[in-house]
Design a protein around this ligand. Sequence first.
Ligand SMILES: Cc1ncc(COP(=O)(O)O)c(C=O)c1O
Length: 392
Amino acid sequence: MRNPLSERIVTIPPSGIRKFFDIVSEMEDAISLGVGEPDFDTPWHIREEGIYSLEKGRTFYTSNAGLKELKVEIANYLKRRQELLYDPDKEIMVTVGGSEAIDVALRAMLDPGDEVLIPQPSYVSYVPCTILANGVPVPIELEEKDEFRLTPEKLLEKITPKTKILIMPFPNNPTGAIMEKEDLEKVAEIVIEKDLFVISDEIYSELTYKGQHVSIASIPGMRERTVLINGFSKSYAMTGWRLGYAAAPKEILGQMLKIHQFAIMCAPTTSQYAAVSALRNGDEDVEMMRESYNQRRRYLVNALREMGLECFEPYGAFYVFPSIKKFGMTSDEFAVRLLNAEKVAVVPGTAFGDSGEGFLRLSYAYSLESLKVALDRIRRFVEQLEKEQGLR
Ligand SMILES: Cc1ncc(COP(=O)(O)O)c(C=O)c1O
């Protein structure tokens, strides 16, 4: 039989996060700080709207780009929160999570051989989606000394005549890094000068703990060069509803919509009705969840520092990214030993790119009680390691 598979897909490894958690799911008493998903239930008024839409028999396809009502609410939201103006009829499309938006944006914009700059550590889908879209991923290795921000120097170093797109993964998964307005202005200047485009993944925009999130699309000259991606999974605790969106100039969005039309048809109808309520009435819920995450964030950073692990202060998303370099092990070794010794699952930093070596990602989208138990176990493990290595 001929090989049924494409060479390209076979060379792409499966996600490093999932691999690890398959082991955890079979281990009794294991505590996981691994999954990047809110522990809150979707707020009731949002669920209720979904249920109501089913009761009303709203079980049909919506238009390809999404429910008009929802697109209007998305446009209102972007105006209210980021002072960005998008035409709901031509510049916004509703997608199956931010995930689909990332994939479709890359497929709509890349020709074979075009290079995509991907600051790392960062979310696991940018590299494989770039490859599947015939592009060439070019990692930019971010460093802790820069608080894992993208600096102009690091950006300039990797630009070639083939560079077309820069992914902007902030607030960042896994580091928790943010980019403030002044940081974005410096990046924007280079993007404009070098005639690049940006795919800005702002899925954690509502989860920042130092001022309000700024979109790179709001920097003068950048709206026409940016595909802004956001969604409902993280801010409204709606991961399973599978809903996100893209906002972009109509020339780009129109082509993205064609891919969506043929591959997906439309995002889930029930979820779209529910999301209208999220945007209209969800501000207080977001505020409540943000406060809770912030409390856990502070607890976790302090606890890790107290046990002698270096941990830069993350101001976004719901992850901390402590360094384990002092133990002279790889992130993978550390994570496997921690899991076997204390049954705590964390994600090795290398799941997010080579520059994640020497770090671990701990999610704080877990209750304070679980975090406390997990932290006690990590403390015991670290003390044991320090004894073994004569560090104590
Ligand atoms: C940075 C980032 N972007 C996008 C996504 C995709 O989220 P969804 O498809 O649920 O909107 C995730 C999920 O973990 C993420 O961390």
